[in-house]
Each structure stands twice: as C-alpha cells, then as structure tokens.
Design a protein around this ligand. Structure first.
Ligand code: GTP
Ligand code: SPV
Ligand code: MN
Length: 579
C-alpha cells in the first residue's frame, strides 16, 4: 500500500537532489493554498491584479516575450527506436535526451520552491481517467494546473490506489529559447520540460500528458486520445447527441464547444452542452459505441476574437476567477483583446499601447478558467462512463476547395478525411502564420508516435461488433473572391450540426459526390440567415480539377509515412481519386 507513495517520494527526493530547491511544497489543491500562491505571485510580479470590481478574482500574467506559444521545433518524442516516433515527430535517443535535460536541471531550482502537483486527468472516479505528478518551480504553473486538472489530495489517493502515474518534471529555467526543450519518454511514462513557462510547454497535464503520452498509451490499450472538443446537442424533443470535433489549434474548438444557438433554434428549444473544448479520450463501451471523457477540468482558451457576438458563453465564463496570460489592459485595468469593445492603454508586454507595435493583446493570449463557470457546462462532463459519441468531425482553416460540410461514406473513408486534414497555421505555435500544412486529425504537434501506426490504430476500431460514429469534415473558413469568409460561422454552425444529426438519425438522404455526401438541396436549414443562394452554392461546390490536385497532394503526403502507412488507407485514397 505504501510502496507507491514510497516510489513517488523517492522520485521527488531524487529530483530535489538534482535541482536543489530551497523548499518543497506538496500541493493539496485547496482554496487556501491557491490564495496563498496568488498573494505570493502578486508580490513577485508573476501576477498583476486586474479590476476586481468588474473582474473579481481575475489576474494577468505576462510571459516572457520570447515565450508565448508552443515550440514544436523544440518538442521531442524520445522512443528507443527512432522509427517509432515517426516523421511527424522530432526524435532524440532517450539517453541523449536524459543527458541533455539532466545538465539543464542540475541546480536549476536553487533558492526556489519546488512544487509537487498530483493530478488526475478526467473525473476522479472514471476508469478512463489517468493520473500524473508534475514537479515544477513555477507557481503560475501550479495555479493553472489547479484549474485545468483535478489536482491535489484526491488525485494522490488514486495514485496510491493504482500504483502508476505519469512523471512530469518542469522548470522555467532562464526562459532562453536556446535552452528550451520539451521531451517526452512515452516508454517511461515521463515528460521533462525546461526553459518555458507557457501553456502547452509547461502545464504538463495538458498536451504533453493528455495527448502525447496518452496517445501512445491509448494505442496499446485500445482507446483514443484526441485533440477534440466534445459538445452535446439537445433537440427540442430532449434527445442529446454528443459530437467530438478535431480542429487544429486556434481553429474553433472552444467556440464550437460553447456554441449559442441562433435565435430561431433557441426559441424552438435547442440546447447546447459543453463537455470539453480541447482534448477527448474515447473508448468503445460494452454496446460497441465510443464513449468519451474530457480529461481536463478547465479551459485554456484563445482570448482574441472572444466577444459577445462570437462567444458570449466564454465571456460569461471568464467574468470572474480567471487568469489571463498576455492580454492587454484598459485604462480602468480591465483585460482587453482585439474583438472586445473599449480601448487598450497597455499592451501584452506592459508597454503603452501603440498600434505600430502590432496587436495590443498577443494573438495567442489566453484565459485559464474552471469549466464549472461555463453556463453551458454539461452535468455529463463529470460522468465516470463518459458520453456516447454520435459523430466525429474533422476540420481546418481552408480558404478554398473544402466544402462547408461533407460526410464520409464509412469509417475508412472518415479516417482518410482525418488523415488528409490540412489547415493554415495559426499563432498557437511559433513560426509563420497562414501557411497550409497537413495536420492529420489535428494531431500533428501532439501524436506521441508514428502517424502510420496511428492511422492503423484508428482503422482498427472498425470491428463487426462496433457501432461507430459517423465521420464528417467541415470548413468554416472558406473565403470568397473578396477574401471574406463565406460562412458566418460561430452560432450558425449549429445548422451544420443539425444536418449531421439528421444524417445520424437517417432523416435526410444527402447528395452523394465523389468526395463524400454533401447536404442535398434544402437539407441545410437556413431560415433567418441572410445567405445568398450563390454563396451557399460556393460553400457546397465540388471543384473536380481542384480535387484531383488535392487528392494527388494527399497521396504524396501519405507516402511520407511509408512503410508504416496502412494499405487500407492508401487504397481508400486511390478509390476516392478514381471516383
Ligand atoms: P486551441 O485552444 O488553440 O486548441 O484553439 P481552438 O481550436 O479552441 O480555437 P478557438 O475556438 O479559440 O478559435 C480560435 C479563433 O478562431 C478565434 O479567433 C475565433 O474567433 C475563430 N473562430 C472560431 N470559430 C469560428 C467560426 O466558426 N468562423 C470563423 N470565421 N472564425 C472562427
Ligand atoms: C493549442 O495550442 O492547441 C492549445 C494551447 O490548446 S496549448 O496548451 O499551449 O497547447
Ligand atoms: Mn488545443
């Protein structure tokens, strides 16, 4: 019984011997602990108090200007065999990675507090949940992990019971981009991160554990760890369908998860329930359906663009008890970003706002907030069994070619649609923005193993006993000749989800095309929406020549995963190309 805690304590002891902190603090997740941390951070300048009248319990954190996003070029998957990491990952031999990291961690916590954070990803009592312990010298990380995970005593008790956990070691280091690495050791169930205090680089429960390590584990255990939102759509009859959707970073997951129905739908009795906005763990249940949990307990959402017109739910959610990172502030000390009314006076770096310096809020500025504060938070999000998934949706930012929505004819075709996903890059990772790149299942930065094996794993769910969800592909981002988005998006996306549900329930027949099934004439409900008929036609157009080129490009892309590319996926690409 005590042996697990012994091994945890031994690890903590070993880490302390290497990093040499002044003190060690075991986090219990209590309110008192949180309040104390906040006070310390206000004193040290890690947090800045925002207007407590308008935003009670809200604080601002300014990260180092060179540390504002995930760093994919410094993120490594360290498997024994290089081939197992795949061409989709940067790889380093475990021994080399350990040597590099040990040198960086040596004495790095001198004079500082080392925090030990036991956490659980997923409801504490769910068989789908998994635990980890993150050791960090960043109080900001502790405060964020408290919101984003089930952190503290209950997680520690589960770790003690289960006897295993993912080991995460993080230090902010010198914040020198030259001395920054995010290392994953899936075979050791461990993560080491040095030199960044930002989001996915530092909150190790999130992308590092819940996606990179978990996807690796999920493959051997027969489940899926995906970069997906989970949303429940309740129709006027009171029936709820749960939909899981994978869009790349900053491509609309949080927005879709918190969607507010257009007026007509609201009046008719449609409701939307938020289960998750970024990560989804799914496993087949006894009835053959896929059941999903959200391993997170909070939202680490993109601030810019969040407004009363785009996402009023998010705005309500973040009205109190929220940590803002890299947003601007107004004259009366309220958080501000592009898309909000009012004017910024101080930019995300703390400088007087000057439009010559670019946006006032960093394009990847974020809010961290408990999911419980979301007005549409689903009671089912705490359900240990998870929610049954009726449809899986893939999508990305595609200014042309990809229609508003299409449905895969079967699971294999759906896996191809996911594998073929492409999107324009965004500010969520460092590097150029607006460049088209393939991002299979929105997992390019997060799949902890070879994409070829990952595609095989996806295909393996197609068993006679399975009752798999239908698979769709959407594109909210198609542009017209004037460069403007053709589709209004946001709440109006419910119209597209309604069509998907009608397909799931076999209530509409759709129109078959070589690339998949599209809404037939009149099947998309557009009442109350001022969408010109030509715009709809453009949104649903299938450009044969364009698709030939696209399918050729998809074929080339798939080739890059040979020899591990499953033959079934190659055949499917050829089938569609010849359709
Ligand atoms: P990560 O947290 O990085 O994984 O991002 P996300 O996928 O949750 O993206 P999010 O919902 O935060 O949206 C990112 C950006 O896309 C914001 O600027 C939104 O305003 C914009 N966006 C979201 N949904 C839509 C849509 O339906 N149409 C258009 N045009 N823009 C959208
Ligand atoms: C993403 O980039 O997909 C995010 C933010 O959700 S981060 O936690 O930094 O990965
Ligand atoms: Mn994300």
């Amino acid at each position: 019984m005590t042996s697990m805690l012994d091994s945890l304590e031994r690890w903590v002891h070993d880490v302390a011997a290497m990093t040499r902190p002044a003190t060690i603090h075991w986090c219990d997740g209590s309110d008192t602990e949180y309040r104390t941390l906040v006070q310390q951070m206000l004193q040290s300048g890690d947090l800045i108090e925002l207007n407590q009248q308008t935003h009670p319990g809200c604080y601002l954190h300014r990260s180092s200007p060179s540390d504002v996003a995930r760093v994919e070029h410094l993120t490594f998957v360290c498997t024994k065999d290089e081939a197992d990491a795949g061409p989709n990952n940067h790889w380093m031999a475990p021994a080399d990675a350990h040597a590099k990291m040990d040198a960086l961690f040596e004495g790095c916590m001198e004079g500082r507090t080392m925090y030990v954070i036991p956490y659980c990803m997923g409801p504490i009592d769910s068989p789908l949940s998994r635990c980890g312990v993150e050791i960090t010298d960043s109080p900001y990380v502790v405060a964020n992990m408290r919101t984003m995970t089930r952190m503290g005593a209950a997680a520690l008790a589960r770790i003690e019971r289960e006897g295993h956990f993912v080991k995460g070691l993080h230090s902010t280091g010198e914040l020198d981009p030259e001395r920054r690495f995010i290392m994953h050791f899936p075979e050791e169930l461990s993560i080491q991160s040095y030199g960044s205090g930002y989001g996915g680089n530092a909150l190790l429960g999130k992308k590092c554990h819940a996606l990179r390590i978990a996807s690796h584990q999920a493959r051997s255990e027969g489940w899926l760890a995906e970069h997906m939102l989970i949303v429940g759509i309740e129709n006027p009859q009171g029936q709820t369908h749960y939909i899981a959707a994978a869009f790349p970073s900053a491509c609309g997951k949080t927005n879709l998860a918190m969607l507010i129905p257009p007026e007509g739908y609201r009046k008719a009795g449609w409701r939307v329930w938020t289960v998750g906005d970024d990560i989804c763990w799914m496993r087949p249940g006894a009835d053959g359906r896929l059941y999903a949990i959200n391993p997170e307990a909070g939202f680490f959402g993109v601030a810019p663009g969040t407004s009363d017109s785009s996402n009023p739910n998010a705005l309500t959610t973040i009205a109190r008890d929220t940590i803002f990172t890299n947003v601007a502030v107004t004259a009366d000390n309220q958080p501000w970003w592009e898309g909000l009314p009012g004017t910024p006076v101080t930019d995300w770096q703390g400088r007087p706002y000057d439009s010559a310096n670019g946006p006032a809020a960093h394009p990847n500025s974020r809010f961290t907030v408990s999911a419980k504060q979301c007005p549409t938070w689903s009671p089912k999000a705490e359900d240990a069994q998870g929610v049954p998934i009726s449809a899986i949706v893939f999508g990305g930012r595609r200014p042309s070619l990809l229609p508003l929505v299409m449905e895969a004819r079967d699971w294999t075709h759906g896996v191809l649609m996911g594998a073929a996903m492409g999107s324009e890059t965004t500010a969520a990772a460092t590097g150029a923005v607006g460049v088209l790149r393939r991002d299979s299942m929105a997992m390019k930065p997060f799949c902890g193993y070879h994409y070829g094996d990952y595609f095989s794993h996806w295909l393996s769910f197609d068993k006679p006993s399975a009752k798999l969800p239908k698979i769709f592909h959407v594109n909210w981002f198609r542009k017209g000749k004037d460069g403007k988005f053709l589709w209004p998006g946001f709440g109006e996306n419910l119209r597209v989800l309604e069509w998907m549900i009608a397909r799931v329930e076999n209530k509409v027949s759709g129109a078959e095309t070589p690339i998949g099934t599209l809404p037939a004439h009149g099947e998309l409900k557009l009442e109350g929406l001022n969408l010109p008929r030509e715009t709809l036609a453009e949104l649903l157009e299938v450009d044969q020549a364009g698709w030939q080129a696209e399918l050729h490009a998809i074929g080339e892309y798939l080739n890059s995963f040979a020899p591990r590319l499953p033959a079934r996926l190659r055949q499917e690409q050829q089938r569609v190309a010849q359709a």
